[in-house]
Design a binder for this molecule. Structure first.
Ligand SMILES: Nc1nc2c(ncn2[C@@H]2O[C@H](COP(=O)(O)OP(=O)(O)OP(=O)(O)O)[C@@H](O)[C@H]2O)c(=O)[nH]1
Ligand SMILES: [Mg+2]
Length: 345
């Protein structure tokens, strides 16, 4: 199972070689993903980090309290409320402790009932408070599983589906959908809403999305579906499979984005492996000559014979194309790795 780490090594190599070729921000981002994949892979056990994510007031903190069976997260009728991530996690678990440190989570409460899970209560993802949103945007790509919490009023919000849920479709195995506050609707309406929510998610692109109804109000007697949610999280999630699949997809997407940023994703006539077999240096020279003849006076001056070092341009393009080829290989191999594992190979 070391193939994925070989791909991380390849991405790291590209990152090192991309200096002066790719924009600094692209390099920084790819290096960050490579490091995160390596870190999570090194701590691959049956431990899972699950995050409660959703709009303000959907009941994330209330759900965490209901799962814990005691008040560990602050709940409020005022919006937005939670302003820092809180982890409910087993004490004395060095693996989870390390993962939470890597995620930068400082507030923790002991979980005595779910030995393999750390459940995070996060601030709202649609916040008017910019740093709430920043916290969620930072953690969302890095946690293992996302419990997407919504309620009977907001589950069909087109902005949320467009901006948050549709882009997460490739990661569908990491997502569980919770329709909270179902105590506010009749049993018949609950079934209709659940069916409609599934339909909306399928329209987004999700295949068979798991949707669970819950009620987590402050009165314990009125709670509903909490045991089912706990059972789903503890027994329906195949930790290693979900995590490895996510890491492979992280790598593939990063490689592709970087190649697109370099302009090598779609082939240009200036790639060294051009079918004509002619020397790249000649082709660069011809390209510049064409520009000189056809360009407006300003551009023509920029590519004048004296100003352009054809060898340097050819070398730059060669290096760029080599990086592009390496990135394409990381992309293809990461997806192949993913597909083979999905088939149980
Ligand atoms: N009736 C009912 N009320 C709920 C339920 N879940 C939460 N609430 C209430 O909804 C309000 C918001 O709950 P919170 O748990 O603070 O919501 P949150 O998603 O953590 O909100 P932020 O921290 O602002 O993102 C509180 O007044 C809760 O008591 C539920 O299932 N049913
Ligand atoms: Mg909250």
């Amino acid at each position: 199972m070391s193939d994925l780490m070989e791909l991380v090594d390849q991405l790291d190599l590209v990152v090192v070689r991309a200096d002066q070729i790719a924009p600094k921000e692209t390099i920084r981002k790819a290096a960050g993903v490579a490091a995160a994949v390596r870190q999570r892979w090194a701590l691959l056990t049956d431990r899972v980090v699950v995050a409660l994510v959703g709009g303000t007031g959907s009941g994330k903190s209330s759900l965490l309290n209901a799962l814990a069976g005691r008040d560990i997260a602050s709940v409020s009728a005022f919006r937005p409320h939670t302003d820092e991530a809180l982890a409910w996690r087993p004490a004395d678990d060095p693996v989870l402790e390390r993962i939470l440190v890597d995620l930068g989570i400082e507030r923790v409460v002991d979980n005595e009932t779910m030995p393999s899970l750390a459940i995070l209560d996060l601030p709202d993802m649609d916040s008017v408070v910019s740093w709430h949103r920043a916290i969620v945007e930072d953690l969302l790509p890095r946690v293992d599983v996302i419990v997407w919490v919504t309620d009977p009023v907001k589950y069909n919000d087109p902005v949320v589906h467009r901006e948050f849920l549709t882009p997460l479709v490739p990661y569908e195995d990491r997502l569980v959908f919770v329709l909270n506050k179902v105590d506010q609707v009749s049993d018949a309406d609950r079934d209709t809403l659940m069916a409609h929510y599934r339909e909306v998610l399928e329209r987004d692109g999700y295949r068979e999305p798991p949707v669970l109804p819950t009620a987590a109000p402050s009165e314990e007697a009125a709670r509903f579906g909490i045991d089912d949610l706990a059972r789903f999280l503890t027994s329906k999630i195949d930790a290693k499979r979900v995590i490895v699949d996510k890491l492979a997809l992280d790598l593939a997407r990063t490689a592709r984005e970087m190649a697109e940023g370099l302009g090598t994703w779609e082939r240009t006539g200036l790639l060294p492996e051009d079918r004509s077999g002619r020397d790249l240096r000649d082709r660069v020279g011809e390209h510049l000559e064409l520009l000189r003849r056809t360009a407006d006076p300003m551009t023509a001056r920029l590519v004048s014979v004296d100003a352009v070092d054809v060898d340097a341009v050819a070398e730059h393009l060669t290096r760029r194309a080599e990086l592009g080829a390496a990135l394409a290989s990381v992309y293809v191999e990461a997806l192949r790795f993913r597909a083979e594992r999905a088939q149980g190979a």
